[in-house]
Design a protein around this ligand. Structure first.
Ligand code: HEM
Length: 462
């Protein structure tokens, strides 16, 4: 299937269904009076989103008084992500802006978004990644050296720590980042926990009351913003201009050729660090869980690493040859995608497939549901890294595996993320095998990302 074949039709353009032929998407079953589908969505969002394709390719959901459209097929999620008729907007983004800032790339639209992407893109290009190799290697090996054989690893804090350290050290380069990265990881873990609560249960003024949880959240959020100010101020004071993302932001110009404002620089750093840590940290947690749950794959990864490295410490230059390791990472991301829900808003009356979408409509789709759909994957719930071998991978329908999304909002960090995830998986598997210990809970915790509730593993030398 080509991109063209799933392009949304604009009513009135040649080949598109006439506006009159478009249908209103069906209402998904199971709505109850007043709350509509809201209760089911809040109670078990993953099961709810996964069941929607039974009701249609595009369906209407009632969330209280509001109608939201859900897209359920791979082809139409690709069409949605690629169409200029939809933008980033809606309640999810508004609450993110309120907490993290209004001028960052993740929430901007139109010319400002294009300009911001041009500024940050060079730091994530394929040819920039080897420059990050030494930091990624150092951090991956430091992780295994922190662990003592037989000791219990708190996978949540360890995963956050390494993800934040790699993003901060690579993209905001500087010696001082070591200490700051620690503070950042503690702040971000608290901020993300509180943010999800505020997004799904919008109790407004109640979050301003001086409860311990609110105080902890406010302290972490304030420290996050303070840290970013410190990082920017220190870089300026140093007079140094290393070739990194922070220099690109400090030197960026707006469309008139004037330097961008202080607020935009600040919000941009926040907008890059926050998605960059939570997503990678959650994926590392799932990779650790997979290695514990599937010892046969852990063993296969270890053997592969040994044969590729000849027993030397795994390095950046080995990553491309670690086929099975890379496939383990992709398969873990298929079954446990960090980003499980995405939203858009229609900027005009438009269509998806044969369905009419009115201007202003909020649209959701779930990479989790798409990537676990039995219509796209044989034995869809099995953990099977070999499905990513080239001869089998070509059977996967287009857009049925797009964990970094596609189109103009595609994650800039796909190469950066995949490299570090494979390197970390290889480094920890070369040294340890893992088993869950009492008190560990690897059930899925639904938040801004998906991650295990509280994964505790024992690391055992091979
Ligand atoms: C956007 C996934 C890691 C920075 C996105 C989007 C997805 C995604 C799906 C698109 C959101 C949308 O369509 O609305 C992931 C996954 C990651 C990851 C699965 C790792 C496993 C990172 C890292 C960074 C980063 C490490 C930065 C250091 C961003 C930014 C955007 C974004 C800045 C906004 C792009 C825009 O709106 O133009 N990510 N991401 N991500 N991601 Fe990532």
């Amino acid at each position: 299937m080509t991109v063209e074949s799933v392009k949304p039709h604009t009513p009135g353009t040649p080949g598109a269904p006439a506006a009159s032929a478009l249908r209103e998407p069906p209402l998904a079953g199971g709505a109850v009076p007043v709350l509509g589908h809201g209760l089911r969505l809040v109670r078990d969002p993953l099961a709810f989103m996964s069941g929607l394709r039974e009701h249609g390719d595009v369906v209407r959901l009632r969330l209280g008084p509001k109608t939201v459209y859900a897209v359920t097929t791979p082809a139409l999620t690709g069409a949605l992500a690629l169409s200029p008729d939809f933008k980033i907007d809606g309640p999810l983004w508004e609450s993110l802006e309120g907490l993290l800032g209004k001028e960052g790339v993740a929430t901007a639209n139109g010319p400002r978004h294009r300009r911001q992407r041009r500024t940050i893109q060079p730091a994530f290009r394929l040819d920039a990644i080897p420059g990050y190799g030494p930091v990624m290697e150092e951090e991956a090996h430091a992780l295994t050296e922190r662990w003592r054989p037989g000791e219990t690893i708190d996978c949540t804090s360890e995963s956050f720590r390494v993800a934040v350290r790699i993003a901060a050290r690579c993209l905001l380069r500087g010696d001082y980042m070591d200490e700051r990265a620690e503070r950042l990881s503690v702040d971000l873990a608290t901020v993300f926990r509180g943010m999800y609560r505020r997004m799904v249960i919008p109790l407004g003024p109640l979050y301003r009351l001086p409860f311990p949880a609110n105080r902890e959240f406010n302290r972490a959020l304030a420290d996050l913003h303070l840290l970013v100010d410190e990082i920017v101020a220190e870089r300026r004071a140093s007079g140094q201009k290393p070739n990194d993302l922070l220099t690109a932001l400090l030197e960026a110009k707006d469309d008139n050729g004037d330097p961008i404002g202080e607020q935009e620089i600040h919000d941009q750093v926040v907008a890059i660090l926050t998605p960059g840590s939570e997503t990678v940290a959650s994926t590392i947690m799932w990779l650790l869980q997979v290695l514990a749950e599937h010892p046969e794959h852990a063993e296969k990864v270890r053997t592969e690493v040994e044969s590729v490295t000849g027993g030397r410490p795994v390095g950046f230059e080995h990553v491309r040859s670690l086929t099975h390791t890379n496939n383990v990472v992709v398969e873990a991301m298929r079954l446990r995608p960090a980003v499980w829900i995405l939203t858009r808003r229609a900027v005009t009356d438009t269509s998806l497939g044969d369905y009419r979408i009115p201007a202003g409509a909020d649209i959701v789709y779930s990479p989790y549901a798409i990537q676990r759909d039995g219509r796209s994957y044989a034995r869809h719930l099995d953990f099977d890294p070999d499905r990513w071998l080239p001869e089998r991978a070509k059977e996967v329908p287009k857009y049925a595996m797009s964990p970094f999304s596609v189109g103009n909002r595609k994650c800039p960090s796909d190469h950066f993320s995949m490299t570090q995830l494979s390197l970390i998986t290889a480094a920890i598997s070369a040294k340890y095998r893992f088993e869950q210990v009492g008190g560990s809970d690897d059930t899925t915790r639904v938040g801004i990302t998906l991650r295990p509730q509280n994964l505790l593993l024992r690391a055992m030398p091979w």
